[in-house]
Design a protein around this ligand. Structure first.
Ligand code: UD1
Length: 431
């Protein structure tokens, strides 16, 4: 993989066959920093091979963790000799989840100095709820936008933390610190995403005492001794959903394996509304779609609502559904930037703030387009697979952040997609 790689897609072919889903990105980027709390050796399995994970592992090594790859999806991480030190912006700007280092280091060392996080640009991405949670646990916070976030606590004390907004990041971050706080922490209005539950299960396996994860009240009895453990990360709900939507949008017939179908209920319901057939096998599903399929009206929201991280992919599907559809973005204030790319391909979509109205067109046409961010990038692949002709997708390093072997997985489903690296600069003539 090189920065500057593009994907070249010859579209118009239905996807057929089966695809196996990797471990969940958003669980992995929380569980890997959580190993900091173990002060011992953890073995983590089903780790997806994606660039966000590689960056998180590099940050852990920078902090002094010993990281050993036991196979491409299994890592042994020894955090015994970790040092508390500033995590610089060059590292944190590369991924949003770098902010989980704050909760984990605050829990382990009573202090953390971490530069502001990067990640996909969906408009303003505040971290006020994370910081409020740390303060309620007794920490002192010094933070200016885009600077080093400094947090210290003489002693973390369990507390009642009510979030004004449902936030995955704040729920996870406060859980990470609260397992080392004395007494009981109660998180109210907590996020219920599968990766929140996965992190809680991992922390419990390390010795923590957390219950209620997956509901909107999570309770944590803190200060339990934490030890290393072996843990297997759940399958990626968003990767699975992306292949399900791609299968439907190309009028294909695809078995998606290694999933937890319960995590995909909102998508399955919406696909069925469109007339797509989804057979549910528990840890697999089979998706096939008629031509044409019907439109639908989608509103994204926190779990168990329709995931915002499947919104761009679903918009591509709705752009070729019959009749009028709409998509309301209920989580982020600016997540329709990619629509401009779909307009280039002949889609009929008008966006007004967080609302998109879609008139289904018969077909998309090929174009040169780019990935604005990770999930928008996945949507661009689907658009390329749907369109007649050759589509070129640029800025695919966004996609590599969260999709393991994306080209190989789509090729195995019969897609005509290849990765093309930029030509190396011509060597200067020796003469
Ligand atoms: C995580 C996911 C991201 C997904 C999002 C929502 C990871 C690494 N990323 O992002 O892919 O799109 O959940 O499912 O897991 N908010 C505040 N104050 C805060 C924190 C958040 O106002 O302190 C707001 C945000 O602006 C947003 C909403 O809460 O409107 C949800 O954000 P949050 O759930 O925190 O998203 P992330 O954890 O950053």
């Amino acid at each position: 993989m090189h920065s500057g790689d593009i994907f070249v897609i010859q579209g118009g072919k239905p996807l057929r066959g089966s695809v196996t889903i990797s471990g969940a990105k958003n669980a992995a980027v929380a569980i890997l920093p959580a190993t900091i709390l173990a002060q011992g050796v953890c073995v983590i399995e089903n780790v997806p091979q994606i660039s966000d994970v590689q960056i998180m592992l590099e940050i852990l090594q920078y902090l002094g963790a010993e990281v050993k790859s036991l196979n491409p999806h299994k890592y042994q991480i020894d955090t015994t000799h970790l040092r508390s030190q500033t995590v610089p912006q060059e590292m944190t700007k590369l991924l949003r989840a770098s902010y989980y280092l704050i909760g984990a280091m605050l829990g382990r060392f009573g202090s953390a100095k971490v530069a502001s996080p990067g990640g996909c640009d969906f408009g303003i991405r505040p971290i006020d709820q994370h910081l409020k949670g740390f303060e309620l646990l007794g920490a002192e916070v010094s933070y200016e936008q885009n600077a080093i976030i400094e947090i210290t606590a003489d002693k973390l004390i369990g507390s009642q933390v009510y979030f004004d907004k449902v936030s995955v990041g704040a729920t996870i971050n406060v859980m990470l610190a609260a397992v080392k706080a004395e007494g009981l922490t109660v998180i109210e209005n907590a996020a219920k995403e599968p990766h929140v539950v996965d992190l809680a299960n991992f922390l419990n396996m390390m010795g923590a005492d957390i219950w209620g994860a997956g509901t909107d009240t999570i309770k944590i009895r803190g200060n339990k001794p934490m030890r290393g453990c072996d843990y297997t990360i759940i399958p990626d709900q968003i990767e699975a959903g992306t292949y399900m939507i791609a299968a439907a949008a190309t009028h294909g017939d695809v078995k998606v394996k290694n999933i937890i179908s319960k995590h995909l209920e909102s998508l399955t319901a919406k696909l069925k509304e469109c007339g797509v057939q989804v057979e549910d096998g528990g840890d697999w599903c089979k998706v096939s779609a008629p031509n044409p399929f019907a439109g639908s009206h989608i509103k994204t929201g926190p779990h168990p609502g329709f995931p915002t991280d499947l919104q761009p992919q679903m918009t591509v599907l709705l752009s070729i559904a019959s009749g009028n559809s709409s998509v309301t973005e209920g989580v982020w204030d600016n997540r329709f930037k990619y629509v401009g790319q779909l307009l280039l391909m002949g889609a009929d979509i008008s966006v007004n703030g967080q609302f998109a109205s879609i008139e289904g067109v018969d077909a998309l046409r090929s174009a040169t387009i780019h990935a604005d961010d990770l999930r928008a990038g996945a949507a661009m692949i689907i658009a390329g697979l749907v369109a007649q002709g050759v589509t070129r997708v640029e800025k695919v390093d966004h996609i590599d952040r969260g999709y393991e072997d994306v080209v190989e997985k789509f090729r195995k489903l019969g897609a005509r997609i290849k990765r093309v690296s930029p030509e190396p600069a011509r060597a200067a003539s020796a003469g």
